[in-house]
Structure formats: structure tokens, C-alpha cells
Design a protein around this ligand. Structure first.
Ligand SMILES: Nc1nc2c(ncn2[C@@H]2O[C@H](COP(=O)(O)OP(=O)(O)OP(=O)(O)O)[C@@H](O)[C@H]2O)c(=O)[nH]1
Length: 394
């Protein structure tokens, strides 16, 4: 049996969860319903019990027995109404089950006290006791164990008092006993079935909730994995700028849009000058650090609407929508100066960084590859003419 099955196990006799914790949490879950149901049932049962005062009067008249019965009924009814009120205010079903059990015992004693005071109405009382037993099980919300004990007490003491005070013979007692046993069996089986069903439903609901919670966690985990995968696909892991493929996708869309809207679009190819020397002098790891710093400077020199990607090695590519050739050249100059002014400390203190930038201005006929090739050609011219410069296509 799994841990879950063990927790959901319901005792065959009591109809309660065998697991104490589970039983407590179940009772907590039905607490507010039990409170209002118990209050209503107690008021109803008290009213019925009080109404039988009329038959007392018809049978006994204003005799001493009648006044005794009246006093008993008033005591039972007032205590049960008071308990109904207390249950309504503070009748926690999980931690104050005894409070819910109390009225059953008060009713049980009250019902038994009727026998010696009204022995001649025994046949009516047998019916009332049978109805009371069923009511203990089904009308007044309670635990099966409590209802069973109170009902058994009523049955046995009724039989005993009937034999003592109403002169019921052994044969008659067996007949009444059988009738009361039947009422007990019907009540017990019905309540046991109800208790089991309610608890099974509660266990199922909890299982469903747990599964939903697990499902939500799985969805969250998958979403975060998706975000990570997207990040890996879209970002260059070293510098944090767009990956080449993602840049191409975005640049393609921006170029197409600029063509439709007839707005200017420019593209830069940026290459770090003499980067091999940096690698050779300080090693690849330090080369990576410098490459990241350059990417940062480039990114900060651009508008949020511009896009930047790593094209490969120490080469970056920038797309500038809504930018005229003059403005693009100015941005490229600013970017170049930014890299030159990059303050490096420690072992790189004397390192003078520079980049060469080739700028291409899109014409209506250009596709992205043509534009990149043109920017690349301008970059090559810049490298050939001494590096550390911006070359714009005419
Ligand atoms: N640290 C580091 N180096 C890289 C990376 N990708 C490419 N490189 C290096 O960048 C250098 C590029 O060298 P070249 O293409 O000869 O160009 P260069 O030395 O920058 O000279 P010019 O571009 O002509 O100014 C090579 O040494 C590559 O190994 C990288 O991700 N990290």
C-alpha cells in the first residue's frame, strides 16, 4: 500500500480516516457546514421534543408527573438550544467534537426519563425512540462513533426502564429490542456509508488538487526551460548581444518594414582592430573579457530600437531602422570613439583599443545579404586604409 493509499484508508467500523492527521484536516474542511447544520438540527429536534409536552398534558393533566416532565423538557430544550448557540459561535468540529456529542447525551437522558413518568404510553414511546435513534444517526450531524454510542445507550436503558417501570415482559422486551436494533442497524449503516462517501470524495479532491499543483509546477519548470532555451538561441553567450541567427531574423523584419514604410535603414559591420595581438599577448580568456567590454560600449551607444548582434569572432553587426546615412555615420563615429575611450585598468592599462566600421545604407532593391556584403566591403576598405575609422557607402 502506497503512502497516499495509507493516508486515504477509511476504518471499516468508524467510517473515519485511519490516519489521524487526515481525519483532523477533513473535519476542519467541513467545519463551517457542520456548524450551521448542527445548529439547525438541534433547534429542530428541541422544538419537536418540546412539542411532546402537549401529549404529556393530555395524558397526565396538571399532575406532579406532568410538572416533572415539563421541568425535564425545559431543561433539555434550553440546554440544547444553548449548545446550538455555542456550536454556532465556537463549535470547531475538529477540536471540539465533544461539544457536538453533548446534545445527543442530553436528549438520550431526557427521552429515558419519560418512561418512569409516563409508563402507560409505552407504545408511543417505542416509536419515538426508534425515530430518535435514526435522528441521532442522520439528522444531527455527528461522528458515527458518537451517534452509535448514544443510540445504543438510549436503546439499552429504554429497554431496562421499560421492564422496570412499565412492566414489559421478557418477550415484549425482545420484540422492542429487535425493533430498536433494526433502527440502530439502519441508522448505523446509512451514516457509515455517508461518512465513507464524504471522506472518499475529500480524498479524491485532495488528490486532484495535488495533481494540479504538480502540473502547475511542471508548467512553470517547462516555461523556465523554454525561456532558457530561447535565451540560448537568441543571445550570444559571451557578450549578451543577439546571436547571429536571431539578429538576421530581426534585421530581415526591420528591413522589410522600412521598405514598406519607405523609411531609411542602415547597417554597420564592426570589427575589432588587431584582436589577434590581444589574444596572443594576454590569452583567449582575457580576449573574451575585452570583447565583452566592447560589446557593452557598442550597446550603450545605440537607441533601444537599434539592434546589435555578434556576427562571428570579433565582428559585430548593427541594424539601425529610421536612420538617415548622415545620422548612421554619426552613430558609427560615436561608437568608434566610445571603444577608443574605453578605460581599461590593470594589465590592460596601456592597451589602445579601436574598431573599424563599415556602414551600408539600404536601397529599395537591397536584400539583407546584399546590405551585409556592402557593409563588409566598406569595412574591408577601412581595414586596408589603416583601420580605426568609419567608412560609409556612397
Ligand atoms: N578571445 C576571443 N578571440 C576570438 C574569438 N573569436 C575570434 N577570436 C580571435 O580574433 C582574432 C581575429 O584575428 P584576425 O581575423 O586576424 O584579425 P585581427 O587580428 O583583429 O586583425 P584585423 O581585424 O585585421 O585588425 C583571432 O585571433 C581569433 O582567434 C572569441 O570569441 N574570443
Amino acid at each position: 500500500m502506497s503512502q497516499q493509499q495509507k493516508q486515504n484508508d477509511i476504518h471499516w467500523l468508524t467510517g473515519q480516516f485511519s490516519d489521524r492527521q487526515k481525519e483532523v484536516s477533513y473535519r476542519h474542511s467541513i467545519e463551517s457546514n457542520v456548524r450551521s447544520d448542527a445548529r439547525l438540527a438541534l433547534i429542530l429536534a428541541s422544538a419537536i421534543f418540546a412539542m411532546f409536552g402537549i401529549t404529556d398534558y393530555n395524558l397526565l393533566g396538571l399532575t406532579q408527573e406532568y410538572y416533572l416532565l415539563l421541568a425535564m423538557r425545559i431543561t433539555v430544550v434550553s440546554s440544547c438550544v444553548a449548545i446550538a448557540f455555542i456550536i454556532g459561535k465556537a463549535g470547531g468540529y475538529a477540536d471540539k467534537a465533544w461539544l457536538h456529542a453533548l446534545p445527543l447525551w442530553i436528549f438520550a437522558i431526557g427521552i429515558i426519563l419519560i418512561v418512569p413518568l409516563r409508563p402507560e404510553s409505552l407504545s408511543t414511546q417505542v416509536t419515538s425512540i426508534a425515530v430518535a435513534i435514526v435522528a441521532f444517526y442522520l439528522l444531527i450531524p455527528n461522528l458515527l462513533t458518537v451517534a452509535a454510542l448514544a443510540s445504543a445507550f438510549v436503546s439499552i436503558t429504554f429497554l431496562a426502564t421499560a421492564m422496570i417501570y412499565a412492566g414489559v415482559t421478557a418477550e415484549g422486551a425482545v420484540r422492542i429490542g429487535l425493533l430498536l436494533a433494526m433502527a440502530n442497524i439502519v441508522g448505523y449503516s446509512s451514516l457509515r456509508r455517508l461518512e465513507r462517501l464524504q471522506r472518499q470524495q475529500y480524498a479524491l479532491l485532495n488528490e486532484e488538487r495535488d495533481q494540479n499543483r504538480e502540473l502547475l509546477q511542471e508548467i512553470k519548470h517547462r516555461k523556465s526551460l523554454e525561456a532558457q532555451l530561447r535565451m540560448v538561441a537568441e543571445r550570444d553567450t559571451l557578450t549578451g548581444v543577439d546571436s547571429r541567427s536571431y539578429f538576421m531574423k530581426r534585421a530581415q523584419a526591420l528591413l522589410q518594414r522600412s521598405r514598406l514604410e519607405e523609411t531609411p535603414f542602415c547597417l554597420f559591420m564592426i570589427d575589432v582592430d588587431h584582436f589577434k595581438k590581444i589574444n596572443d599577448t594576454w590569452g583567449h580568456t582575457q580576449g573574451d573579457v575585452i570583447l565583452t567590454k566592447i560589446a557593452e560600449v557598442c550597446q550603450h551607444s545605440l537607441r533601444p530600437t537599434d539592434i546589435i548582434g555578434r556576427f562571428g569572432g570579433e565582428e559585430f553587426v548593427v541594424g539601425l531602422p529610421h536612420t538617415s546615412p548622415n545620422d548612421a555615420t554619426a552613430v558609427a563615429e560615436r561608437l568608434k570613439q566610445g571603444v577608443e575611450a574605453l578605460s581599461l585598468d590593470g594589465e590592460f592599462k596601456d592597451l589602445q583599443l579601436s574598431v573599424t566600421i563599415g556602414v551600408a545604407v539600404a536601397t529599395p532593391e537591397d536584400d539583407l545579404d546584399t546590405l551585409i556584403t556592402r557593409a563588409d566591403n566598406r569595412l574591408y576598405e577601412g581595414k586596408r586604409d589603416g583601420r580605426n575609422q568609419v567608412v560609409t557607402s556612397s
